[in-house]
Every structure is written in C-alpha cells, then in structure tokens.
Design a protein around this ligand. Structure first.
Ligand code: BGC
Length: 762
C-alpha cells in the first residue's frame, strides 16, 4: 500500500513541491509532514557506508559510524568478477537496510583517462565495458536489498583539478564510445534508482543543467526512470536544472533555489509540469524504498570483514614472479618490510572514506607465524629516505630467505579533490626497494595504491603483487596471496605505462583554465598503446597465476553474418598447471579499416572461471551489433561498417592467444553526404547513383591526364604522369574539377544541376 503519488502531487502547493527538490540537510530529502511524506537519508559510498549522523560534511572530517570498508573500485575492477561486485552490493544493501539509508552514493564509474586523476582509486577502469559491467553487478547487489544506488559522476568527470568549474570538451563519438557507455550499460542492465550528475561542464554546459545529458540521453535513449541528484554543490542555475532533468539538488541551498523555482513557475519561465515530474521521480524512489523496508536486517560486520578479505585476495594482481619466488614456503624465513605492512593504506581520502570498525594489516594476519622478521623501512610522512630505517631493513632482508616490501602511495599522494602531478612513488620507498633487493635477491614488492606508479626498480625485484586499495582486510588478503593460500587471479583493469609521458592524455590533461579538451579522442588506455605498438610496463588485462592455462578450440557460430544477428563465440580453457586457479578469459573485437580511426582491439566480453588442475571448461560469449559498432556522427547512432572483424581471445590486450574472423554486413546503409560541386571522386564512388551520372565525365578527365590527344613533342611530359598519379589525381578530384580539367564543355550551373539531379534520384 504505497503512496498515491499522483494524488500527493495534486494536493501539494507549488512551494511544497519546490521544497522537495532539494535536500533538508547534508544527507536527507525533505519531508512534507502535512501529507505524510517522510524524509529519507542517503549516504556515501561506494565501497561501504559513510553514514554521518550529525553535523555532516562531505570531506570526511566529521566521523561517520563504524562500518566495513570493502575493497575500493581500483581493486574490485581487477577482479574482473561480476559475482564479486554482486556480493559486495548485497553486503552494502544489508547495511543500508539496517541503518535506514534509502540510497548509497555509488558506484563511481568515470573512465581513468589519466593515471593522475586523484579519484582513480574510486573508479574502475580505462575501459568502459569493464566499468559498466562491474557497476551493473554492484547495483544489482545493493538493489536486491531494496535500497537504491546513485551511479556517479554523470558524466565525463575525469579530473579533480578545477572539478567544479572545468568544461570537459569531448567530441560526440568519443563521448559515446568511451565516456558514456559505463553509465549506459549500468542504467540499461541494472536500473539504478538514482544517478548523480557531476560537477563539471560537458561540452559547455554544466552536467547539472545539461538537458541533452540528463533528459535526451539518460531518460529518452536509455530509459532511466529514477531521480537525478546533483553532486554536492554542483548546481549552478537551479531553474535551468529543473528544466534539464535535475530532480534533486544536494545538499540544500538554504531555501534560496526552492524560491527561485517557485518564482520561475509563477513568471511562466518554468513549466510546472517539470516540477511535478521531478517530484514524481523522487517520490517514486522514496516509495519504493519505504514499501520494502526491512529494519530488522542484520548487519554482520564480522562476517563482512571476512568476506572483504576473501574478495580482496581475488583482486590482487601478480605482475611478476621470476623463478617462482612466490608463493613463500611455510618454512621460509621472510623479512616483511614497510610501514604499510603494519598500517596499510587500504582506501582513499574524501567522501568515500570509511570509519572501519577493524583494520587487518599484513602483520596482523601473520601474528603467531614463525620465521617472520618485521622492519619498518620508510615513513609515510617523509619523501626522503631515512638511513636508519633503510639500514635496519637491509639487515633484516639479508638475514632471511626472502624479503617482501609492502610499499605504495601514501594518502597525501592521491585523494579526492586534487590530482597527482606525477606518477612516482615516494623517493624513500624507491631507495628502500633498490637497497633491499641488493641485499636479498629474492625480494618481492607488494603495492597498495589507487593508481599506477612508475617502477624504475622493477628489474631489481623478482616478484610484484599489485594490491590496489583493497579494503580493511587487505592484510589477510596479502598474506593469502603471498603464502599461496589463494592463487592470485586479478588482472589489470588499466594499462601501466612505463612513464607518465607515454599516457595519451599527457600533453593536455587538466586542460587550459577551465577548458579540458580530450584531444586523444577514443584512444584512451590500451586503445592508444596497442594502436601505437608502444611498450608498456604492464598491459591492460595482464596478471599471472601460480598455475598456467591453455586455450584451444575457438569457435564462432558463423563466419558470415549481418548486424541483426548475434554471434556466439566458444573457447576451451584448460588448467595445465598443478593447482586450482581462476582465469579471466578476455574477448576483444578488432574492426576492419573503415571511415573512422578505430582501436586495434576493444574489450567486448570477459568471464572469470575456476579450473582444477587438468580441467577444461568451455566459455561462451554472445556478441550483438554493439560489439562491432562505432558511433557514427552523421547518423548520430551506432553503425556497423561492412567488413572482416577479428574475434581475439587474450590473456591481456597484448597477449592474444587465439583469433578468428567473421564477415559482418551492416544492415543500415552508410550515410552519404549530399552531392555538391565540392564532392570528391572517391566519395562519389561509394554512391552508385552518383557514379551512373559522373563516371563518364571523369572518364574524359582521365583521358586528358593520360595525354590521350597529346602531340609527339609532349611525350616526355606525359611519361612523367604515371597511371598511379592519374588515379590519385582523379581520386581526390572534386566534381568542380571537371570545369578545369574535363575538356571545358561544362559550366558551374550545370554542375549544380547534376548535383541536384543525383541528390533527387530515388
Ligand atoms: C563527491 C561525491 C559524494 C558527495 C557526497 C562529493 O564531493 O564528489 O562523490 O557522493 O560529495 O559526499
């Protein structure tokens, strides 16, 4: 017996309706007591709860209630595991029911355009398909508990620098192919109850008042049916925002913007129906939440801590394992070095910061274990090496069979609110690694960081585990991976360039003043490095295991198809090693040469499977037209070009193990520009109607160039004009070239008539 929303709307005064369109305070929607509409609470997100009871601020200064910090998105993305995100979502959903929170503010799905973005630890990937699929799973998990999510920050919020004023200037195709699809996939698959718009402008208009983004794309194209809320303080022109589809302003504007909404309706500047529509969206979500309240839901924090640890271990990425230095044997004496081994960095700073009820470090997890020697190695407050700490660490390492250094980025290096200015680790850590590695040849590094770092020391060490910011049980997870209780199965959700300067956005990242032009277009991350065949430190999708896998029997359901059909792809994967393990099977599609620049491969499928030694499983993927399509800016729609596409199965974007091709025919005709005297031959050639008219005319020109009627004395000159040259000259020749080189029998007016005639042909 939910709310009768239409009745409520009809009974509300304009002032009451306007009041509902902004927060009561930092975290609550407003109540209308007269009509029995209660206030509801929202809370950050996205990897656990940051519920602030009183005096809420959004900078993490005021304490929030004790909660569980799951692995952050930087880590969970490396799991390539939808099931994992579902589990985390369910856990967060239960916690929300327990704490009476109607919406959790996440997931955050912005694309990692540059390794420098301060919030990369909260984001999933440089790849929109991966980000979208994982976000959808998290949303499904939370919402299965009848609690809403707020996918954020919509859209193109890829830097913290000037985050509240910067204008992300992105061409249409790049927006559609790179920066919007993670939202699109999640909205279509998982139907988030709310969306949070970003602070920045998108192509000149604040996201919070961008009608194209919030209404045309989000609602009309993707079918979003919840409410859009602003990021905290993202509203500029509130009236414009209501008209654009921004339903809820957060946190609140002291009543000032509510009054502006009322005045705008009264003056006729804003249609009251837009206000009604926002009220409808907000009340629908509130009603959905209230109708399914389960206040008795248990929040098993201890159980969630165990889960967080188990999941974190499956996010860790084994990047180097020379001479099988890992896993450590149970009797080996190991020097555990690094402050992070005692005080791990496991989450990032800012609005996602969680007040963990418990933190488990590597040293906590190793308590009671023999053969462990700890040494601090570095301080997180200082960039410069502390000679005494290093000397102690070197000594500890020299006296052990193996050494592991837990290193990474301190809080001050990356956070919400600002970007990094470089990709380096603190100097004290680099020096520590180099010197410990000299003292013990069996040295392993574990990294706790939210974003890639440069590794000038990589050749010195035998082992490397990327642990990302793995949540409050990161220590248990680290131990499980290092000592082989868990077989590492994470894969990099982003490329690690050798150096910052290699990143495709390097030259113009952060923009000039408030204008950030995304010059690199669709060539983000591996799409760029692969196309350029550039050496990277570690490629997208890469990760090792303590076992090995082989791939065979790649089969496609068709070798030819049209774009209305679905292609089914099967491949067998076998565990060829001696222990159980999980493999991430990655499917990339490579497009044929066509009108637009395309990456050599793009991720269009991934599955994580578990295999016992010797076991084989068949993995099946299904590809629809979107897997082949690019965004066509003439059609303003997805378009499949005819041609041979390659289906590539890989262990990473750089290790394609099996490949087959399929001929795909697009059923939508390629859009043609209207013919004019400026149309050139090679474009006219694609248009049979045009060719039926212009080919005879160009033939005449061809003969002229070939010197068909030249005199004897001109033969030397004609030898200089080869067939290739003639062909090239014709290929790029505009129709109007017929006036100069076509024998002189045509006038410009006649050309216009010819163009008209072609354009009007049925
Ligand atoms: C952040 C959001 C967050 C909100 C509320 C903003 O500053 O950008 O991600 O959900 O604050 O804390």
């Amino acid at each position: 017996m939910g709310m009768d929303i239409e009745k409520l709307i009809s009974e509300m005064t304009l002032e009451e309706k306007a009041s509902l369109l902004s927060g009561a305070d930092f975290w609550h929607t407003k109540a209308v007591e007269r009509l029995g509409i209660p206030s509801t609470m929202v809370s950050d997100g996205p990897h656990g709860l940051r519920k602030q009871d009183e005096a809420g601020d959004h900078l993490g200064v005021n304490d929030s209630i004790k909660a569980v910090c799951f692995p952050t998105a930087s880590a969970t993305a490396a799991s390539f595991d939808r099931e994992m995100l579902l589990r985390i979502g369910e856990g967060i959903g239960d916690a929300c029911q327990h704490e009476n929170l109607s919406v959790v503010l996440g997931p955050a799905v912005n694309i990692k355009r540059s390794p420098l973005c301060g919030r990369n630890f909260e984001y999933f990937s440089e790849d929109p398909f991966l980000a979208g699929e994982l976000a959808a799973a998290l949303i499904e998990g939370v919402q299965s508990r009848n609690v809403g999510t707020s996918i954020k920050h919509f859209a193109a919020n890829n830097q913290e620098h000037r985050r509240m004023s910067s204008d992300s200037v992105i061409d249409e195709r790049t927006l559609r192919e790179i920066y919007l699809p993670a939202f699109e996939i999640a909205v279509k698959k998982a139907k988030p109850w709310t969306v949070m718009c970003s602070y920045n402008k998108v192509n000149g208009e604040y996201a919070s008042q961008n009608h194209w983004l919030l209404t045309e794309v989000l609602r009309n194209e993707w079918g979003f049916d919840g409410y859009v809320m602003s990021d905290w303080g993202a509203v500029s022109d509130r009236v414009k925002g209501v008209a654009a589809g921004l339903d809820l302003e957060m946190p609140a504007s002291g009543g000032s913007n509510d009054a502006r909404i009322v005045a705008a309706v009264r003056s006729g500047a804003l249609d009251e129906e837009a206000v009604n529509q926002s009220v409808r969206c907000i009340l629908t979500v509130i009603d959905r939440y209230l109708s399914h309240r389960k206040p008795e839901t248990e929040w098993d924090m201890e159980g969630q801590h165990q889960l967080a640890g188990k999941l974190a271990s499956e996010c860790m990425v084994l990047l180097k394992n020379e001479d099988h230095v890992l896993p450590f044997g149970k009797d080996e004496k190991v020097a555990v070095i690094g402050k992070f081994a005692r005080e791990p960095r496991y989450q990032g700073g800012g609005s996602s910061h969680i007040n963990s009820f418990r933190v488990e470090s590597l040293m906590d997890a190793l308590a009671g274990k023999d053969n462990i020697v700890f040494s601090q190695g570095y301080d997180t407050e200082n960039e410069e090496a502390d000679e005494e700490l290093i000397t102690q660490a070197v000594k500890a390492a020299a006296g052990c069979d193996k050494a592991v250094i837990v290193a990474g980025l301190p809080d001050s290096f990356e956070s919400e609110g600002y970007d990094r200015s470089h990709m380096r680790m603190p100097r004290c850590q680099v020096e520590l690694i180099e010197r410990v590695a000299l003292a013990n040849p069996n040295t392993v590094v574990v990294l706790y960081n939210g974003s890639p770092v440069e590794m000038p020391w990589i050749a010195c060490v035998k082992g490397l585990v990327e642990g990302y910011l793995g949540g409050q049980a990161i220590g248990a997870a680290t131990k499980a991976v290092l000592w082989g209780e868990v077989n590492p199965c994470g894969r990099l959700p982003e490329s690690f360039p050798l150096q910052l300067e290699d990143n495709p956005s390097f030259l113009t990242y952060q923009g000039e003043g408030n204008t950030a032009v995304y010059h690199e277009g669709v060539f983000v991350g591996y799409r760029y490095y692969d196309r350029k065949k550039m050496e990277v430190l570690f490629p997208f999708g890469f990760g090792l295991s303590y076992t090995s896998f082989s791939y065979s029997n790649l089969q496609l359901s068709a070798s030819e198809m049209d774009d209305t059909q679905t292609l089914s792809v099967c491949v067998d994967v076998t565990n060829t090693g001696s222990r159980s393990g999980k493999e991430v099977v990655q499917l990339y599609v490579g497009a044929p040469e066509c009108e637009v620049f395309r990456p050599v491969r793009e991720l269009k499928g991934f599955e994580k499977i578990e295999l016992s030694p010797g076991e084989t499983k068949t993995v099946t993927f299904s590809l629809d037209r979107r897997a082949f399509a690019y965004w066509n800016t003439k059609l303003h729609d997805w378009f499949v070009a005819d041609g041979d596409y390659t289906i590539q199965i890989g262990r990473s974007s750089r290790d394609i193990v099996l490949c087959r091709s399929v001929k795909v025919e697009g059923t939508v005709p390629e859009p043609q520009d209207p013919v004019s005297p400026d149309s050139i031959y090679m474009d006219l050639e694609k248009n049979p109607k045009a060719m039926s008219v212009v080919e005879p005319l160009f033939q005449k020109m061809r003969e002229t160039f070939a010197g068909g009627d030249e005199k004897e004395s001109d033969s030397a000159a004609s030898e200089a004009v080869t067939d290739e040259m003639t062909q090239a000259m014709i290929r790029y020749m505009p129709l109007r070239g017929l006036l100069s080189f076509g024998g002189g029998s045509l006038s410009y007016d006649q050309l216009l008539e010819i163009a008209d005639q072609i354009n009007n042909m049925q």
